[in-house]
Each structure stands twice: as structure tokens, then as C-alpha cells.
Write a protein that binds this ligand. Structure first.
Ligand code: ADP
Ligand code: MG
Length: 686
């Protein structure tokens, strides 16, 4: 095929790729992947460094490794659970491979005496050094091929290997079949987009992996980072640009707001009042608002948003509120019903509501009877037709809503006012880069009734002390969040929490604790949360599912397992779940017995301050290249490649290019934004 016959990757469905049938394509769509372009824009979130061969005796716990050895023993146990155990040795020592989920034939794959190469993460288990669900390959000789393997975000039904194969196949199409990733950026100083994308998926095995990680020096990474920062920028700038020439309704009725305030059990803080005034000012003008309300966890953004919403309701117009999770949508719904003192004008809309009921809700929305629509992305589904949508509130804005912003016109005759709420304090040093085009209001202080949270760190070997402390606390009415990190999306994810449950089950009564995690049905999650809210359960054993927004004032103790694996901002978010009620509050950061210097520094920061802005700044400066890709770890706006400090130089180039791009047709702008923030992405209802 000649070069002028290129086909755009965005116009080809993933089913064009070898190995993608109906089922795989359905699974891929859960990751927002529908076209070949989407697949190629599904970038690695990290890499596996298989460039050096390790010796077993030199392995430390928690280390990623590759070893070659001989299979010494294969055994299967059924107690305490079904498990395949494979003992491997090299000239220096031995390690166990543990498999929990496996097909029956796997047992026969491992033959005693065979040579094997194993890659995984080591840990100290009950059999000594072990690794759970490692990658393995039976080998014939000792030849070692260095590799850098991409690690992708996955979803149920798609394994890491499958994802690698699919992306490899898509790359083949680009290389050999004249399929092209459209480059929308005006001329710039970096590598061509196609080349950059291919290299991020398949780094040269002789290169330094750090160059490809966030903040790293690779020109390929920087090219993709440039694209990403621009996508983020134009998602604001483009709305702002269009807003300039648009007029929308002005709202000035404060009667309902005053009534809500009179009935409220607390007074607004000065910061809340100031924020309210600023936002109110915006909605009383005819230029559509585009404003971010940022405030630390628990600073009370929701009531401010509700007061603003009341002016729209008072004028008989509609407000949509997007929450990132069903749990949060529910919580907002309950708050709003209480504050507005009625529920017939407020509807909850999530993907879990039965079709019949949904249709009735749609009708009420279309007729204008419903004034406040609270939900997850279901709020923006095609079938939802608004009568006069005039304000959209995005809660925890960095989680989603980016590409929807550009599409709002379709939902509303005018551009509605838009208010973004974020619990991630954005330090001054970042604000310019990330938020250009947005107006910002800030709530700095917490409500006065807050008790300080005492934070301490504790190595795993002192778990006994922790348990007796928790026992006496719950006997006095305390409630505890006990959080395990979500290690990755693989099936082994729950092992951390299952192991912990084993410990707890020996120490606590079955009625004392319940488990909650992201893979549960929503109804189950809600039931468990309700029981915790009603103080029926004392301990909530959770994955980071509880991170965002959950409000249970009586809970006053937070235990975080493997705290050294979390980003600082994420720890801060988690900790913000306690310290909301009358009791003294504690946060205990459990960590492995030996900490690296950096990990120790990080835990010191989180122990010494509860100021989210300080933590965000420190998080940025402490995080260097080589850290896990994706700021989502740190709770910052989720950039995959762009690093606010290391890539500062890209900023001015991005600014220049973004200004050219906002002059392009809106469809082009939408294409760039959607590559990074797919509108059709079914957001996981965690
Ligand atoms: P966030 O800013 O993290 O979304 P919320 O809006 O959920 O915080 O508020 C956290 C808790 O603080 C809620 O229970 C809310 O009712 C309460 N709250 C909000 N403002 C005040 C205030 N001024 N005084 C006392 N409590 C408040
Ligand atoms: Mg909130």
C-alpha cells in the first residue's frame, strides 16, 4: 500500500485485530477501548524489568526478579485452600511458586528436574521466600534474553499476556498495513507520534527503563506526554473559548439557599462562605461558569455545591451531579434529600437502576419535574434528555467528566454552568500547568468541630500490639477502617485482604468485621456500608474502595496495611475518612519491617502534617523518575506520562500548541481529548 492510502486507526474497530472476537471486544470496551487507536493509546502503566538475571539467594522480599533454575518439587494442597506449590532452586538457593487459581493440567506442566525461567515479585511467605502467580517459561538452555515488558491496566477476562499480544498485533498493523495514528498537533520539536507510541509499548531492551517512566528523559515518552498535557488543557480551554461567545441563564434567587442554611445543623466556615460567594457570582452572570472548587477531604464542599444548586432549582431549572462511584452518588442523594427537605424533585440515576424505573425517571427529567439529577456517568447517557439543564457539578473531578465537558452542548440548549469539585489540593507550583482555563475557589480550613488525627507508623512485627489496641478501642465504641492496598488488577488482588482476614478471624468475633472491595455487587457494598454507618459492624476491612468521599463520622480509627505502597496524597485521602466526629482519631500506618530511606521519608511527612497542600507539594518533590507511572497513584489529576516537575519545559510548548488547537474545528479537539479521556468509557462503579 502506498503512503497516501493510509487508514486512520480511530476508524477501525478493535475487532479488526487478530484475536479479538465479540467477547474480548466487550471486555476491552470496559477499559474504554473500542478502536485500534484506543488500543494503541492504552499505554503501559509500568514495565517489568527483565534485563538482568537474579540469583535466588540475593533476592529481597518485595523485589521484582527473574531467575533461572530447576524444578525440585511439585505439590498440591487443599488446606487451607486449593493451591499448587512448585519449589525451584538455582545454585544459590530456592524459592516457592504459589498458584491459587489454575487449570488442572498446570500440575503436569511442571516436571521435576526441568529447567525453568521465572519472573515475579518475591515475598516472605509461610514457606520462606515465595512468589505468587509468577510468569514462567520452561527453557532448554541457560541462554538469557533481556526484555522490558509493558504492564497494562487490565479488566476481567483479559490477562496481561493477552493485552500484550493484542497491542503487539495492533502495532503490526501500523507498521505493515498502512494504518496510521492521526497526528493532530502542529509541528513540534519532538519525535513523530507513531514512532513514540510504538516505542512506549515496546522499549528497546537495552535502554534504561527509568527513561520511560514518568518524568524520564526518553523523547518518545515526552512526545506522548506533550499530547496528554495538551488534551487536558484543551478540555478546559475549548469550553472556555466557546463559553466566551455563549450566553446562558443568570441565577440570582437565594431564598431556597437561605432556607437550607437556616435548617442546617452547623454554620458555614468562612472559607465555605467565601467560596459560595465566588461561585454565586459566576452563576449570576450570563457567561457560562467553569470553576473548580478545591478543598481538602472533609472540608465541606458538598454543602456549598448544594447551596449553588438551590438557586437553579428555585428558578425551575435543572442540575446534574456526577459522582465517580455509586456509593458516593447514593451518599449525595441522601444529603440532598435531607437538605432540600423533599425527594420528589431529586432523582438518583446510576447504571444499576432497573430499566423500567429508569424510563420513568427519564420521563420526569424530560418533563422538567425532576430538578436535581444525581448519579454516575448514567447521568450523561444518550437516553437522558434534559428539559433545561443549567448547572453540572462534577464531584472529584479528576476521576472523569473530561470529555463530557466538550459534549455538554448536546444536553442543553446553552452551555450550562459547570462546577468541578476536587479533594486533591493542587499546589501553586502545579496550578498554572494543570488548570489553565479554569477559575479556582479554595476551601483551606476544615470545619471547626474536627479533632486532629494522630498518625503513627508501625512495622508488621508489632502487629500484636496493634490488635490489642484495636480490641480495647472497639469495646469502647470505636469504629475502624482497615485498609489493604489493591496491588494490581489481577486475580491475586484479594489475597492481601484474604490473608488479613485470616489473622483477624482469629482475633475478632465474626460479627465485629465485614469485608468490602471493588469487585462486589453494588447492593452488597451498600448493605455493608449501611451496617457500618449504623454501628452494627465495628471494623470495615476494605480495599481502597473507601478512598473517595465516604462519610461515617463515628469511625475514628484508620489502619492502613503496606502503607509504604501508597502515594502520599492517597494516604492523605484515606486518612481523611476519620477525624470527622466527636471521638479522638487515629491513623496507624503499618509497613514492612525494613523500609527504604525514601519510604521512611514519605511516611514521616504523612505522620507530621495533615495539611493536604503541604502533602501534595512534598509528594511531587519526593517522587522521582522510576516511580510507578501514573499520578493516579498519588491522587493528582491523573496524568499517565506528564510529570509536573520534570516536564516543566514541555509546558510552554504545550501552551503554544494548545492555543493553536483551540482554533481548530471542535470535532478535532474532541478527537484529541477523547484519545485520553474516552467518553464511552464505562467507569467502574467502585
Ligand atoms: P468533602 O469536601 O470532602 O466533600 P463533605 O462535603 O462530604 O466533604 O463534608 C464532610 C462532612 O462535614 C459532612 O458530614 C458535612 O455535613 C460536614 N460539614 C460540612 N461543612 C461543615 C461545617 N461548616 N461545620 C461542621 N460540619 C460541616
Ligand atoms: Mg466530597
Amino acid at each position: 500500500m502506498s503512503s497516501n492510502q493510509k487508514i486512520e486507526a480511530s476508524s477501525l474497530l478493535v475487532t479488526t485485530v487478530k484475536g479479538v472476537g465479540e467477547k474480548v471486544s466487550l471486555n476491552l470496551s470496559k477499559l474504554g477501548i473500542q478502536t485500534i487507536e484506543d488500543l494503541l493509546f492504552h499505554f503501559p502503566i509500568n514495565y517489568q524489568d527483565r534485563t538482568k538475571l537474579n540469583k535466588i539467594a540475593a533476592l529481597e522480599p518485595d523485589q521484582e526478579f527473574v531467575v533461572q533454575g530447576v524444578i525440585e518439587k511439585v505439590s498440591q494442597t487443599f488446606v487451607p485452600r486449593k493451591m499448587l506449590l512448585v519449589k525451584i532452586k538455582d545454585t544459590t538457593g530456592h524459592i516457592y511458586l504459589r498458584f491459587f487459581y489454575y487449570f488442572p493440567g498446570l500440575r503436569n506442566v511442571f516436571k521435576e528436574g526441568s529447567k525453568i525461567q521465572v519472573a515475579g515479585t518475591s515475598r516472605l511467605g509461610r514457606y520462606g521466600l515465595e512468589t505468587i502467580h509468577p510468569d514462567y517459561e520452561l527453557i532448554l538452555n541457560d541462554e538469557f534474553k533481556p526484555q522490558i515488558l509493558p504492564k497494562y491496566r487490565l479488566t476481567k477476562g483479559i490477562s496481561q499476556q493477552k493485552m500484550r499480544n493484542l497491542i503487539q498485533a495492533a502495532i503490526e498493523l501500523v507498521k505493515n498495513k498502512g494504518i496510521e495514528i492521526q497526528d493532530y498537533l502542529p509541528k513540534n520539536s519532538l519525535k513523530p507520534l507513531n514512532e513514540a507510541i510504538i516505542n512506549l509499548h515496546q522499549p528497546n531492551p537495552h535502554s534504561n527503563i527509568n527513561e520511560y517512566l514518568i518524568g524520564g528523559a526518553s523523547e518518545f515518552r515526552r512526545r506522548v506526554a506533550l499530547e496528554e498535557i495538551i488534551a487536558n488543557k484543551i478540555s478546559y480551554l475549548s469550553v472556555r473559548e466557546q463559553n466566551k461567545i455563549k450566553k446562558t441563564h443568570c441565577f440570582s434567587d437565594k431564598k431556597l439557599a437561605d432556607q437550607i442554611l437556616r435548617e442546617l445543623s452547623f454554620n458555614l466556615t468562612q472559607d465555605q462562605e467565601n467560596a459560595y460567594k465566588e461561585i454565586f457570582n459566576d452563576i449570576s452572570c450570563e457567561t457560562p461558569m467553569l470553576r473548580l472548587l478545591q478543598g481538602d477531604v472533609g472540608s465541606g464542599k458538598t454543602i456549598v455545591a448544594a447551596l449553588i444548586a438551590s438557586s437553579i432549582v428555585a428558578d425551575n431549572k435543572q442540575v446534574a451531579i456526577l459522582a465517580p462511584t455509586t456509593i458516593l452518588a447514593n451518599q449525595h442523594y441522601q444529603n440532598f434529600v435531607q437538605w432540600f427537605g423533599c425527594d420528589d424533585e431529586i432523582e438518583l440515576l446510576t447504571s444499576k437502576i432497573a430499566v423500567k424505573e429508569k424510563r420513568q425517571i427519564y420521563q420526569k427529567i424530560q418533563s422538567g419535574k425532576t430538578k436535581i439529577i444525581i448519579g454516575t456517568h448514567a447521568v450523561f447517557q444518550k437516553d437522558v434528555v434534559y428539559k433545561n439543564l443549567s448547572l453540572v457539578i462534577y464531584d472529584e473531578q479528576h476521576r472523569f467528566g473530561v470529555s463530557q465537558r466538550l459534549k455538554l452542548k448536546e444536553k442543553s440548549e446553552n452551555f450550562p454552568h459547570q462546577l468541578l469539585l476536587s479533594a486533591t489540593p493542587i499546589p501553586r507550583t502545579m496550578a498554572m500547568g494543570v488548570l489553565s482555563g479554569l477559575d479556582v475557589s479554595t476551601i483551606k480550613s476544615l470545619p471547626p468541630n474536627r479533632k486532629p488525627i494522630v498518625t503513627s507508623t508501625l512495622p508488621n512485627k508489632r502487629r500484636g500490639a496493634l490488635i490489642s489496641r484495636i480490641k480495647s478501642a472497639i469495646s469502647e465504641g470505636a469504629q475502624v477502617y482497615w485498609v489493604c492496598p489493591l496491588i494490581d488488577e489481577s486475580e491475586t488482588e484479594l489475597i492481601g485482604i484474604e490473608d488479613l482476614e485470616k489473622i483477624l478471624s482469629k482475633e475478632f468475633k465474626p460479627d465485629d468485621y465485614q469485608i468490602i472491595h471493588g469487585k462486589m455487587k453494588d447492593a452488597d457494598k451498600e448493605r455493608i456500608l449501611r451496617a457500618f454507618k449504623d454501628k452494627k459492624t465495628k471494623i470495615l476491612l476494605a480495599t481502597t474502595v473507601i478512598e473517595v468521599g465516604i462519610d461515617v463520622p463515628n469511625a475514628n480509627i484508620m489502619v492502613i496495611e503496606n502503607s509504604e505502597r501508597f502515594g502520599l496524597s492517597q494516604l492523605h485521602q484515606l486518612r481523611g475518612r476519620v477525624g470527622r466526629g466527636e471521638r479522638d482519631s487515629f491513623c496507624i500506618l503499618m509497613h514492612s519491617n525494613a523500609l527504604t530511606e525514601l519510604a521512611e521519608q514519605r511516611l514521616n511527612i504523612i505522620s507530621s502534617t495533615t495539611d493536604g497542600f503541604v502533602i501534595a507539594e512534598e509528594d511531587l518533590t519526593l517522587r522521582g523518575p522510576g516511580d510507578i507511572l501514573g499520578l493516579s497513584q498519588t491522587g493528582q489529576p491523573s496524568f499517565n506520562f506528564y510529570d509536573l516537575l520534570a516536564d516543566e519545559k514541555l509546558q510552554s510548548e504545550a501552551n503554544k500548541l494548545a492555543l493553536e488547537i483551540v482554533k481548530m474545528p471542535i470535532e478535532t479537539q474532541q478527537k484529541i481529548v477523547e484519545r485520553w479521556f474516552p467518553a464511552h468509557l464505562e467507569l467502574s462503579d467502585v
